[in-house]
Write a protein that binds this ligand. Structure first.
Ligand SMILES: C[S@@+](CC[C@H](N)C(=O)[O-])C[C@H]1O[C@@H](n2cnc3c(N)ncnc32)[C@H](O)[C@@H]1O
Length: 236
């Protein structure tokens, strides 16, 4: 059971209209000039993993992804890149449980922090502070959770055509003061008939950049923005 995104839809929905964050990533990663171990935490289907491996050709890369469906897509992506066979390792499991020993040269975490409960988020920041090499860096996106926990009625949030099927994501949420309970319904529709439907329910906590960066500082990490979508965290 996927806990965030339905793997069959993940890359398709993301591909529509381009993803500015993914577009910004290669230059930001290349600019870090690390040759140490590079990790992709919560690697999903591996868009970031391959970008990381290409940007840092002298680094061994470890991708950690707990969802078997996302990992299947990641392994399929890697199967198309035999040049990365020796250098990229995929680890099933939780990024916070039994983490890879340091020092880490670079840790990439895209759309991961926003998936974590506050306590897990602080655990992740403590882990980065502990594992990053003195000149190491973490690259995170700047979306940290829901900014405004409020209910959302069922809304079609994405529609993508593949062949003569339409792939739809319908979003709805109920709210508590500090979180939303999100329900994404993924539908494959052909000529008006629903061929498949899959519901993914998840909790997204309220958070904002000031809170997370204060937590990062408390963990011993200093931040630096790079563009409007990514932030770098380094040992203070
Ligand atoms: C929104 S997706 C983003 C995937 C990828 N980073 C990207 O940008 O395409 C978040 C991913 O993190 C994974 N994930 C969430 N919490 C995790 C954890 N504690 N350990 C390992 N993977 C986790 C989910 O299974 C999901 O594939």
């Amino acid at each position: 059971m996927p806990d965030v995104v339905f793997g069959e839809f993940a890359d398709l929905i993301r591909s529509v209209g381009g993803d500015p964050l993914v577009a910004a990533l290669p230059d930001v990663l290349r600019a870090q000039h690390t040759t140490g171990l590079a990790l992709d935490l919560g690697a999903g289907t591996g868009i970031g993993t391959v970008t990381l491996a290409d940007a840092l050709p002298d680094s061994p890369v470890i991708a950690v992804e707990r969802d078997p469906e996302m990992r299947t897509a990641l392994m399929t992506r890697l199967a198309g890149r035999p040049d990365l066979r020796d250098r990229v390792t995929v680890l099933p499991g939780d990024v916070l449980a039994d983490p890879e020993p340091g020092p880490w040269g670079l840790a990439l975490a895209i759309h991961l922090v926003c998936q974590l409960a506050p306590e897990q988020r602080r655990q992740l920041l403590a882990l980065l502070a502990d594992r990053l090499a003195p000149d190491g860096v973490a690259v995170l996106d700047r979306h940290y959770g829901t900014a405004d926990p409020k209910p959302v009625p069922e809304t079609v949030s994405a529609t993508v055509r593949q062949g003569d099927c339409e792939y739809q994501r319908v979003f709805a949420a109920t709210a508590k003061p500090d979180r939303i309970h999100a329900r994404n319904t993924y539908r494959v529709v052909r000529r008006g008939t629903v061929l498949a439907e899959h519901v993914v329910e998840t909790t997204v906590y309220a958070s904002d950049e000031a809170t997370v960066l204060a937590e990062a500082a408390a963990a011993g990490l200093r931040h630096e923005f790079t563009g409007d979508r990514l932030v770098l965290l380094r040992p203070a």
